[in-house]
Design a protein around this ligand. Structure first.
Ligand code: HPA
Length: 269
C-alpha cells in the first residue's frame, strides 16, 4: 500500500466543505463542462488535498468541485491522473479511496476513447458494460486491506446494470460496449488496433480501468461513459491519424451531451 493517508485527505476536504456527497463524477479529457454547472460550488485545487497528484494532461483542470447538481450533493473530479503521466496505479486511484472513505457510494466515470467498433462514429457516447485491462498495471497489486475489500475481487457485474439502464433511459442514442485500457502515451499502431478489436473491444483509451478496479474493490456502484473522439479502426483504407488536439475538439463538443446524460442520471438516483 502507498504511504498516502486517506484520513488526512478526507480531513482536508472536510475542512473546506460540510457537504457529504454520495455521488462522485470523474471527468475525462475535454469533458469539463459539467463542472461549470455545479451550484453552491466549493473548488478545491488538487495541490490542497494531501496525497493527490498534479493533473498534467491537456484538458484536465485539476480540482475537486463539491456542490449541488439536480438537487443532490455531488463531488466532481475535474481532471484525473493517468498512468502515462508517470504516476503509479495507486497514486492514480488514491482519490477514489478518498471519495469512498468520505462517504461516496456511486462513481460516474467519463473518458475519451478511440472507436474500434466499425458501427461507431466520432462524437458517439458509449456506456461501458465491461472492460479489458491491457495496461500492464493494476492498482490492487500489493498487500490487501481486507477492511476495504477482498484480495480477489469478482469483476462480474462491475458496471452496474441499473445505472446503465438509467443512462439509456436518459439518452436512447447511447452506444454500449467494451473498453480496453492501454498504457499509452502513444496512440496505437494499426496492427495494435486490429488486435484490440479482435480481443472484443469496442473502444480503446488510456484511463478509467484503474479507478474502476479500486471502486469495484470497495463495492461501489459504477457508471462509466466513454466519448468516442476518433475512429481507431486500424482497417487499411480507413486509417485516420489521431491527434491530441482532435481528441480534445471532439470531446469538447460531445461534453455538453455527456453533461446532459450525467445530469439526467443524477436526477434519477
Ligand atoms: N486511442 C487511445 N486513446 C484514445 C484514443 C485512441 O484512439 N482517442 C482518445 N483517447
Amino acid at each position: 500500500m502507498s504511504a498516502r493517508d486517506v484520513g488526512a485527505a478526507v480531513a482536508a476536504i472536510g475542512a473546506k466543505t460540510k457537504a457529504s456527497p454520495k455521488i462522485a463524477v470523474i471527468l475525462g479529457s475535454g469533458l469539463g463542462s459539467l463542472a461549470t454547472e455545479i451550484t453552491a460550488a466549493t473548488r478545491i485545487p488538487y495541490p490542497e488535498i494531501p496525497g493527490f497528484e498534479r493533473s498534467t494532461a491537456p484538458g484536465h483542470a485539476g480540482e475537486l468541485v463539491v456542490g449541488r447538481l439536480q438537487g443532490k450533493d455531488v463531488a466532481v473530479m475535474n481532471g484525473r491522473f493517468h498512468y502515462y503521466e508517470g504516476y503509479e496505479p495507486q497514486a492514480i486511484t488514491f482519490p477514489v479511496r478518498v471519495l469512498r472513505a468520505w462517504g461516496v457510494e456511486t462513481l460516474i466515470v467519463t473518458n475519451a476513447s478511440g472507436g474500434l467498433n466499425p458501427s461507431f462514429k466520432a462524437g458517439d457516447l458509449m456506456v461501458m458494460n465491461d472492460h479489458i485491462n491491457f495496461m500492464g498495471a493494476n492498482p490492487l497489486r500489493g498487500p490487501n486491506d481486507e477492511k476495504l475489500g477482498p484480495r480477489f475481487p469478482d469483476m462480474v457485474g462491475t458496471y452496474t446494470e441499473e445505472l446503465r439502464a438509467l443512462a439509456h433511459q436518459v439518452d436512447p442514442d447511447l452506444r454500449e460496449g467494451v473498453y480496453v485500457a492501454v498504457a499509452g502515451p502513444n496512440f496505437e499502431t494499426p496492427a495494435e488496433l486490429r488486435m484490440l478489436r479482435g480481443f472484443g473491444a469496442d473502444a480503446v483509451g488510456m484511463s478509467t480501468v484503474p479507478e474502476v478496479l479500486v471502486a469495484r474493490h470497495m463495492r461501489m456502484r459504477i457508471l462509466a461513459i466513454s466519448t468516442i473522439t476518433d475512429m481507431a479502426t486500424g482497417i487499411p483504407g480507413q486509417i485516420e491519424h489521431v491527434t491530441a488536439e482532435g481528441v480534445l475538439e471532439v470531446a469538447n463538443k460531445a461534453g455538453r451531451r455527456l453533461a446532459d446524460v450525467i445530469k439526467g442520471v443524477v436526477a434519477k438516483l
